[in-house]
Write a protein that binds this ligand. Structure first.
Ligand code: C2E
Ligand code: MG
Ligand code: MG
Length: 724
């Protein structure tokens, strides 16, 4: 038998064409959610039904301008197609997440960048989930209304039927879409309809085997049985409650139950009529939605919302009750995230979450993730004064074991702020602010420790929020200034240049170091104008030194660049502009970029640096050794200077210096030199360190041993001393 060659249709219909890919997406989607739908369609019909929805999603993905809102319609369409099971939503989101960009990403007129399409895909998922939930809510309301109406109708019909003929009574019973049961006032079940039997698992005997008042469930609301007694005594006409029952297989059936008292023609109580609506699925969905709204998707821990609920409960006054809170922020997490990538960072957070969870297992204790690398542990009870210290200790020791990730051992450390007090004394926001400030104190004291809140420190504390709001005006008001720290030739001890280090002279808090505000400026984007100001100012200063200090080699100026500045499209043009206006030659400028900002950088990110390097500007890799970078990677970076992090120099403080540390530094220096990189060491505090580093072959050094960062004229006098 031979198969006739199929006439080929439009290119679109080919399996690899856009239409073919779209269909494949619809197939995957239908395979994922069909099992959890209540549709009467067959699988192929259902897939056909999903195809236009898939097309709609693909259209939204490519729309210009982009607008995710229409994806709400798709969510609503799922509900309309009876995909109301919670699994249908989460499976749909999973399919969109994994396959929409894959199969439909290339279907538009203009190709999208991976990043762009991922961002769009995430917003599409949000809109879809929103549409789904909204439609489900509307539908539930509509259903409830319909049920209430039919319940009323059923009740009056049943009453009439009881007084009229047996047959009509049965007809009402049978046709009802909700469960109906009739019992006498002793609780003996007289009649139940098929719907009710089905709701209870399909066995009529099972339902009849118990009297009404024997259907007790541990989760019954407290007043159910009180209402029941009142009704059978004739003191109440009806009641409505949400009530659980056991089905014959032991699973739980949740119902909206309405019970009415039926009286005989003389008005004497005679029967009770129960109308039941099965709410099990809706309840599960609500629980699931509530779970998702209150838990962190990455770690599964309670999230900020749930934590605040618990904290508020713990803070409400109860005699002799106290609360204790540990606020944890990981030390140096950003460097891990930047250098190993977000996926590795995520896995680290999951591991940390697991460990934290095992620290707080007693009743009254909970752990939550507030976001990023911030976690909290809460304990409540009468003895939190001692307990909270133990909790903080447990948290730190849980972090002490290194985490294995991709074959590396990562040391994870954290800073914990501890707040403790009686219930009824403070608000949640107040407690959290205090915990945040205290955590910051622990970090400032070197991290890897916990600090205890104290009211006086709180009052003095500088909050991140306060600083963030004051930042933008600070630049306009000229509150920033620059200190310079000399860079010294290790060979002959001459000053070879200086690093510009910015400070903020805050009107209330005095002089703040860059570690306090650079991360905030990064976060708000203010780093771009601030960085431009630092560059202009320090280049102007360097030019001034050059003019005054004509003998000796050219004096260099080192300026730090933040990751955001690296991404800023104006970087090259502005740097060139600043250099040209000041007259400083490019070779006298060195831009310092942290190691973590460059690890994993692609060519797009490196391009501006490469352009600057080609012009003669030096690029230094700052804080080298903190970012877990791959030494072999150095070759592809446009850097000419390696600045060894302070931690290496610290290792040499002991006497004699740790031989392993020395070997490591020696190795790095040799490698750097073989790659034509100069090596600068940071944090040289003693003459012994300087001597060791000189012997190992480092080129330049910086540190308190030579000079602390200071005003520009200090550098000038150091230069003059050199010249002498
Ligand atoms: P960095 O670039 O690694 O700067 C060296 C830091 O080490 C400076 O801290 C300096 O004061 C300190 N230091 C110098 N010698 C010693 C020593 O012997 N012992 C010890 N323990 N420390 C020493 P500083 O000024 O607090 O700056 C911190 C960081 O803030 C800098 O680290 C840099 O990354 C960033 N930064 C400073 N100014 C700027 C700026 O204008 N723009 C940007 N983006 N970042 C800046
Ligand atoms: Mg630096
Ligand atoms: Mg550094």
């Amino acid at each position: 038998m031979s198969i006739p060659a199929q006439a080929s249709g439009a290119p679109d219909a080919e399996p690899d064409g856009p239409e073919g890919r779209l269909r494949r997406f619809a197939t995957i989607w239908s395979r994922a959610i069909f099992p959890s739908t209540a549709t009467s369609m067959t699988r192929p019909e259902f897939e056909e039904h999903l195809l236009p929805l898939a097309r709609e999603l693909s259209g939204i993905l490519h729309a210009r301008p982009f607008d995710a809102a229409p994806a709400q319609r798709v969510g609503a369409a799922l509900v309309a197609a009876h995909c109301t099971d919670p699994d249908a939503l989460s499976s749909s989101l999973g399919v969109v997440d994994s396959y929409l960009v894959l199969y439909c990403g290339g279907n538009g007129p203009v190709a999208l960048s991976t990043e762009d399409s991922r961002a769009r895909c995430a917003r599409i998922q949000h809109a879809l989930a929103g549409g789904f939930t909204q439609a489900l809510r509307e539908r539930t309301l509509a259903e409830q209304e319909a049920i209430a109406r039919s319940a009323l109708a059923a009740r009056s019909q049943a009453e009439q039927a009881l007084h009229a003929t047996e047959e009509r009574f049965r007809a009402v019973f049978k046709d009802a879409a909700i469960g109906i049961g009739i019992a006498d006032l002793d609780g003996n079940i007289l009649e139940i309809n098929d719907t009710l039997t089905r709701m209870f698992g399909g066995l009529e005997n099972h339902v009849r085997s118990h009297k009404v008042n024997e259907w007790v469930h541990p989760e019954d609301s407290p007043h159910v049985w009180k209402y029941y007694d009142e009704l059978v005594r004739g003191e109440r006409e009806h009641y409505s409650v949400e009530k659980p029952y056991y089905r014959n297989d032991g699973t739980v059936l949740w119902t909206n139950l309405t019970v009415s008292l039926l009286r005989d023609p003389q008005g004497r109580p005679e029967y009770q009529l129960a109308l039941m609506e099965d709410t099990t699925e809706r309840r599960l969905l609500n629980l699931r939605l509530r779970y998702e709204a209150t838990h962190d998707a990455l770690t599964g821990l309670p999230n900020r919302t749930l934590f605040f609920e618990r904290l508020e409960k713990a803070l409400a006054f109860r005699e002799d009750m106290r609360f204790g809170l540990c606020y944890l922020d990981l030390d140096g997490f950003k460097a891990i995230n930047d250098s190993l990538g977000h996926a590795a960072g995520d896995r680290l957070l999951v591991e940390v979450a697991d460990r934290l969870q095992s620290c707080a297992t007693a009743p009254g204790e909970m752990v939550a993730r507030l976001g990023g690398d911030e976690f909290v542990a809460l304990t409540t009870g009468p003895r939190t004064q001692e307990e909270v210290h133990e909790l903080a200790g447990r948290i730190l020791s849980a972090l002490a074991t290194p985490v294995r990730l991709d074959g590396r051992e990562l040391t994870v450390r954290g800073s914990v702020g501890v707040v403790e007090g009686p219930s009824g004394s403070r608000t949640a926001a107040d407690v959290l602010r205090s915990a945040d400030i205290t955590m910051y104190r622990a970090k400032a004291a070197g991290g890897n420790r916990f600090a205890l809140a104290d009211a006086a420190a709180d009052a003095r504390a500088i909050t991140r929020h306060g600083l963030t709001t004051a930042l933008p005006t600070a630049l306009d008001r000229g509150e920033f200034f620059i200190e310079y720290q000399p860079l010294v030739h290790l060979g002959d001890g001459t000053v070879h240049g200086a690093e510009a280090l910015v400070r903020w002279c805050h009107p209330q808090h005095g002089v703040l170091g860059p570690d306090r505000f650079i991360p905030l400026a990064e976060h708000t984007g203010l780093i771009v104008p601030l960085g431009r100001w630092v560059l202009e100012e320090s280049v102007r200063q360097a030019n001034f030194w050059q003019e005054r200090h004509t003998d000796g080699g050219p004096l260099r100026i080192n300026v730090n660049l933040s990751p955001t500045q690296l991404h800023h499209p104006g970087l090259v043009a502005e740097t060139v502009d600043v250099l040209e206006r000041s007259g400083l030659e490019p070779g006298a400028l060195c831009l310092e970029v942290t190691e973590s900002a460059l690890i994993g950088a692609d060519d797009d990110l490196l391009k501006p640096l490469r352009q600057l390097a080609e012009m003669g500007v030096d690029i230094a890799l700052d804080d080298f050794g903190t970012g877990y970078s791959n030494l072999a990677n150095l070759r592809r970076l446009p850097v000419s200077v390696l600045k060894l992090d302070r931690s290496f120099t610290q290792g040499m403080q002991q006497h004699p210096a740790d031989p392993v540390d020395l070997k490591i530094v020696e190795g790095i220096v040799a490698l750097a030199h073989s790659l034509d990189l100069a090596v600068t060491v940071e944090g040289v505090e003693t003459g012994a360190q300087a001597e060791q580093l000189r012997r190992i072959g480092c080129d330049t050094a910086q540190g308190w041993y030579y000079a602390r960062p200071g005003a520009p004229d200090r550098i000038h006098s150091l230069l003059l001393a050199d010249a002498v």
